[in-house]
Ligand binder design. Structure first.
Ligand code: PLP
Length: 370
């Protein structure tokens, strides 16, 4: 065995041993209040995480990266930027990293609000950035979804006015799981981006058949595409997301980060890079997700529970037929759902977990639905 490989194995071995020690002792030591998610704790069907991840290749890469954490990871940052950009025919100047895409959504909102005005957004949608936008001086113009819970693109277009600084589209949409056909979305982007910056959030795009719009940023300064490693890549806890944009737009956004691209740890960079290589993990997740989702939808149908066909790893359903608070009732049964998102119809959302978790969820649902 050559020296490099031996050293690498030695380091990886130490790092893996370190990880085991971390999980066994650091979490348990009285000086730290890190919490391990206890076995037998609630089944988490609340935050659209990947129940199967991180991928084995990402775990290995994280373990190996621990020992290098005394150094700033710039070389690896650049490698990851290249790797993210390449599939869309883009370059590393078209990418900016953040500690999760939430940070990036807030950053884009902050950038858009340098000129006061408004932001156009569907409602309901993923709204974590609304607060930051409002604080920075943007009024949110909320455009209701269509009756079948899709973005109402014509209504969104006609809501844009001279004060509009930002237009947000989440595709597929959280919480409804609906998708916009590529042709419709493309022509919306063309029109809307003539008026203001379009922020397209593709957090769940890998779960569906429709393509990413990221390549369009090469020629459109008024489009940014925000993506995350938190969902299909199974790295929600690693906190890494990014935005793709025209080089000039990325330059502007980067100037709002105190240290551009520096918010992501060496360990998370390694995880993200390995995740992009682990194609089997992604297809395996998609296969398992589709089966667990199909099972859940079958039971919704059996119980006559209205739900929206989902292109993601969560399902939007109406709890109107249930007397009481469905999520409180699920909680009593050790299942963490979310909240009532729309009062009219008492629509709520459930994340698609593993088949076992969804069997538990549907068993409970059958018992409590009344
Ligand atoms: N965008 C959408 C549509 C989401 O649903 C989420 C998380 O639930 C995020 C962005 C933020 O994810 P993160 O900050 O973990 O990248």
């Amino acid at each position: 065995m050559d020296t490099n490989r031996r050293n690498w194995l030695k380091q990886t071995g130490f790092a893996l041993a370190g990880l085991t020690l971390l999980s066994d002792s650091l979490y348990a030591s009285p000086g730290h209040d890190f919490k391990r998610i206890p076995a037998g704790g609630p089944i988490r069907l609340s935050s659209n995480e990947n129940p199967y991840g991180p991928s084995p290749m990402a775990c290995k890469a994280m373990a190996a990266a621990i020992a290098g954490s005394n150094r700033y990871p710039w070389a690896n940052t650049n490698l990851l930027l290249d790797k993210i950009a390449a599939p869309y025919g883009l370059k590393n100047e078209n990418v900016l990293l953040g500690a999760g895409s939430s940070e990036i959504l807030g950053l884009v909102a902050q950038y858009a609000s340098l000129q006061k005005g408004n932001a156009v957004s569907a409602d309901p949608t993923f709204r974590s950035w609304w607060n930051a936008a409002e604080k920075c001086g943007l009024d949110i113009i909320k455009v209701p979804l269509t009756a079948d819970k899709k973005h109402d693109l014509p209504a969104m277009l006609s809501s844009i006015n001279a004060q509009t600084r930002l237009i947000y589209v989440c595709n597929p949409n959280n919480p409804t799981g609906t998708i916009l056909p590529a042709t419709e979305l493309k022509s919306f982007i063309t029109e809307a981006s003539k008026k203001a910056l379009v922020m397209l959030d593709e957090a769940y795009i890998e779960f569906c058949e429709e393509p990413s719009m990221a390549a369009l940023v090469a020629t459109n300064k008024n489009l940014v595409v925000v993506k995350t490693f938190s969902k299909i890549y199974g790295l929600a806890g690693a906190r890494i997301g990014y935005v793709l944009g025209h080089a000039d737009t990325i330059d502007q956004l980067a100037s709002l980060q105190p240290w551009a691209n520096a918010g992501v740890s060496a360990v998370s960079l390694a995880a993200a890079s390995a995740s992009l290589d682990d194609k089997d993990f992604i297809s395996d997740t998609n296969i398992k997700n589709a089966a667990a989702k199909a099972h859940t939808c079958r039971v919704f149908k059996e119980l006559n529970i209205p739900f929206i066909p989902s292109h993601t790893n969560f399902i939007y359903y109406s709890s109107q037929g249930f007397t009481g608070d469905i999520n409180a009732e699920l909680k009593k049964n050790n299942i963490e759902g979310t909240r009532i998102i729309e009062e009219a119809g008492r629509w709520t959302r459930i994340t698609v977990g593993t088949m076992d978790e969804m069997k538990k969820f549907t068993e409970v649902l059958k018992q409590i639905w009344k």
